[in-house]
Design a protein around this ligand. Sequence first.
Ligand code: NAD
Length: 337
Amino acid sequence: MNKIKIGIIGAGRIGRVHANALTNSIPQAEVVAISDTFVQSAEKAAADFGIPEFFADYHEILNDPTIDAVLVCSPTNTHAQITIEAANAGKHIFCEKPVDLTIERILEAKTAAEKAGVKLQIGFNRRFDHNFNRIHRLAKDGKLGDLQILRITSRDPEPPSAEYAKNSGGMFLDMTIHDFDMAYFLADSEVEEVFAATAVTVDPAIGAAGDIDTAVVTLRFKNGAIGVIDNCRKAAYGYDQRVEYFGTKGAAIAENDRETNVTVADADAVRSDKPLYFFLERYMQSFREELCQFIDAILNDKPVPVNIEDGLRPIRIALAAKKSALENRPVRLSEIN
Ligand SMILES: NC(=O)c1ccc[n+]([C@@H]2O[C@H](COP(=O)([O-])OP(=O)(O)OC[C@H]3O[C@@H](n4cnc5c(N)ncnc54)[C@H](O)[C@@H]3O)[C@@H](O)[C@H]2O)c1
């Protein structure tokens, strides 16, 4: 096998991002079909990216014996079911985050993939981001010493609708989940305890829907370090994605990426560009890189870089954070089964 035949399930925002990367810049992949229950979306993506077939029903993709791998890019509440069916059909699977909002269903997906002997990679793309990856390598190479404090700032430029918030599993499972994964990835240590302070400062409708839009979460890592994540669903100046790794030998700081690094100084102020607008602009390179490594894992029979355990861990931290906020106390991960 020197080219992987792929079917994409879900032709919304992230399905299109992956279709674009695969068809334009990953020659080892061939996207042969795309499906979406809203078939016009699949048809449009097929036309836009030169994909030969489109369907309303993803089973058409699973039933095609020539397809080697699928990308699960449909809404979160469909991921576990489609992943299990895809594994049973013998397809390698790239599943968008989160695999599910419950530990039970994620374990079912894990079992199905293991039983079928297929690769299962989870879409925690930020691990592949050029800035965060550099910090990860510095830490791995011992250049920063032992981790003392990890700071992650993650603020969106605009909030989702209250309707979306209601169905997303809540901010911790939908948004902070990336930061929980990043915390583990950079600290290279399990989280043992979580304390979450939460608020609704952006949109009262999000609060009325039972969710939060603002939070500070502190993490205690097994290696003795402390982490702090600050989140907000809206920052007036745009998408704010920064990390600081503070260790015994030094610190590494990732600032926001901007469209240009030009600074304009005049009599009134010194100004630079705002951060890149949102995840579609900011993380494009990482979306491509995670797929390159997925294809490489299949072609060369290597372990996937982000496996189902990596998919499970941030869910457990998110559930602990939810419990912490609800009960206003630190929650140990051992309390989450
Ligand atoms: N890794 C990331 O940074 C990232 C970014 C965005 C979204 N996501 C994840 O990707 C998933 C999709 O998010 P999105 O923003 O693209 O949503 P979206 O609503 O834009 O797209 C989802 C698409 O799936 C289609 N769909 C629904 N049920 C389907 C089914 N059974 N089969 C096929 N298609 C189906 C919908 O019609 C829609 O077109 C979510 O789980 C989300 O958490 C991850």
